[in-house]
Write a protein that binds this ligand. Structure first.
Ligand code: IPD
Length: 261
């Protein structure tokens, strides 16, 4: 299933990369809004998801697909969970920090996944129980000694109320860590934990397609990962991934910073 995830994510990444080139030379891209005026979907997100769905229908007929733009639901067998562009706002602004994320889930649990960066072509993969890789090289998290020496990534939702809560947590966390990063693509943030490029990542309110591949990659690289609904002390909608050496300290600090409220 990893090979299928890689294949379809790479095909979609090629489409997205070509569309980006055209956009950067001035070709207009249709942009619609979703839950709020800043929550956008471009024609390229839609074309990418359509391509992935077509490829999966050929390669894995009978499997279910759950995608950010066209929805879907999990079935009793394999469900492919797809974010056709994770980091759509970065894409729209011409920033290279976005990805195509594809994961295979069984009973809601990711068993294989791929995160491909259309710009530069990096390919992050994982298989449950077997490991995580960046372009074939095995991944391992960092091992910071303490939370105050840790670099922590985060992200923000498109909902005003949730953003206010996120801002309160980050304001309390900031003096307790080395620094905060907000790169703009949840799947890549989780991959960054896997590679040790950041020591941890925490965000409220991710959707399944944002974390399905990246969380498996982080976990298989040794991170302690908590998914929405798994740790009620962090609230019902928290995603946290941390290097094991600081995972307990981060969890206690996030709770003290009001992650649950
Ligand atoms: C968003 C990005 C962002 C995260 C948001 C996500 P999208 O996904 O992953 O980093 O902070 O919560 O919704 O909308 O670009 O696919």
């Amino acid at each position: 299933m990893k090979d299928t995830a890689v294949q379809v994510a790479r095909d979609a990444a090629e489409l997205v990369s070509k569309a980006r080139e055209a956009m950067l030379t001035g070709e207009p891209v249709r942009v619609d809004t979703k839950t709020t005026e800043t929550d956008v979907v471009t024609a390229v997100d839609q074309a990418s998801e359509q391509l992935i769905r077509r490829r999966l229908a050929d390669l894995r007929p009978g499997d279910e697909v759950l995608g950010e733009e066209q929805g879907g639901s999990a079935g009793s067998g394999v469900t492919w969970v797809v974010d056709p562009i994770d980091g759509t706002v970065n894409f729209l602004y011409g920033s290279p920090a976005f990805s195509v994320s594809v994961a295979a889930q069984i009973d809601g649990v990711s068993v294989a996944g791929a995160v491909v960066e259309p710009v530069g072509g990096r390919c992050w993969t994982a298989v449950r129980g077997a490991g995580a890789w960046l372009d074939g090289r095995p991944l391992r998290t960092s091992a910071p000694r303490r939370l105050d020496l840790a670099l922590v990534a985060t992200g923000f939702s498109y909902q005003a109320e949730r953003r206010a809560r996120q801002a309160r947590v980050i304001a309390s966390l900031l003096p307790k860590v080395r620094d905060i990063r907000r790169p703009g693509s949840a799947s890549l943030d989780l991959c960054a934990v896997a590679a040790g490029w950041v020591d941890a990542y925490a965000e409220h309110g991710l959707h399944r397609w944002d974390w399905a591949a990246g969380a498996l990659i982080a976990q298989e690289a040794g991170a302690v990962v908590s998914l929405p609904g798994e740790d009620t002390d962090l609230g019902h909608d928290a995603t946290v991934a941390a290097a094991p050496s600081i995972a307990e300290e981060l969890r206690a600090t996030l709770i003290a910073c009001g992650m649950k409220e």
